[in-house]
Design a protein around this ligand. Structure first.
Ligand SMILES: [Mn+2]
Length: 254
């Protein structure tokens, strides 16, 4: 499995400073325990050199490096990295697990609050090829954008009501026919009780078991080529709960 480390947290606008440490923290002593997935391959690790003072240069690096891969798991970093990683991946559809839509009306630079809106506004990603899963907090302007662009979303209320397994079926049915699929996992999709090590603590999220289940199911999609895991902040973690959630996700992926 190809791993690409992107230790960049400047796109969080200071709100999740420290998540640049996540790639090394996740990979430390990895894997020193076994999991439900007994398949074990080799990890091939690449790192993207980032410049926190220069967003444009960093994003150009991310896009260029990711484009060298046919498939990979990308470790962030804040969620702004998904903008250029998705571009470089040449995927045509995106599933995002996140507490928030990340569709704020933004500034010129790509940030973790607006990367998804920018992907759509910049014509990189068609709105009908986006699937949001796990959202539970949004600004009115974000929901207006979602309605206007008819973006498909599964909010936590419906996930609770209809069940993760049923909605995962629906999601997979919709996602399986794209040419190349990208899955982006913002760790704040998970409830802060299970994953406190992140910038925004948004209650009422997925359990860590539900995230593991989603990953175990989604990895069966033949067109799934890229996965990223972002917004993990080792400095804000408690008893390494968040870090071990990320390690488990990584183990399930290979
Ligand atoms: Mn996010």
């Amino acid at each position: 499995m190809n791993i690409i480390k992107i230790p960049f947290d400047a796109g969080s606008l200071g709100k999740n400073k420290g998540c640049a440490k996540a790639p090394d923290a996740i990979l430390a002593d990895f894997p020193d325990y076994s999991s439900e997935n007994n398949r074990k391959g080799q990890l091939k690790i690449a790192e993207i050199s980032v410049n926190p003072a220069n967003f444009a240069e960093t994003h150009a690096e991310i896009e260029k490096k990711v484009a060298e891969f046919e498939e990979a798991v990308i470790l962030g970093g804040d969620h702004s990295i998904t903008y250029s990683a998705f571009k470089g991946s040449k995927c045509d559809a995106l599933i995002v697990l996140d507490a928030h839509p990340d569709m704020m009306e933004g500034t010129d630079a790509v940030t973790h609050e607006d990367f998804l809106r920018k992907l759509i506004d910049d014509g990189v990603l068609l709105p009908q090829n986006v699937f949001l899963f796990g959202i539970r907090a949004w600004h009115n302007s974000e929901m207006d954008f979602i309605s206007e662009k008819k973006i498909k979303f599964f909010d936590m209320k419906s996930i609770f009501e209809f069940g993760v397994n049923n909605l995962c079926d629906t999601l997979m049915e919709m996602a399986r026919n794209f040419r190349k699929l990208y899955l982006s996992i913002d760790i704040d999709a998970v409830d802060p009780a299970f994953a406190p090590g992140t910038g925004y603590c948004e209650p009422g999220g997925l359990s860590s078991r539900e995230l593991v289940y989603m990953v175990q199911r989604l990895k069966n999609l033949k067109n799934l080529k890229f996965v990223d895991i972002v917004e993990i902040n080792p400095d804000l973690d408690e008893k390494e709960k968040t870090l071990y959630t990320a390690k488990k996700i990584l183990i399930e992926l290979y």
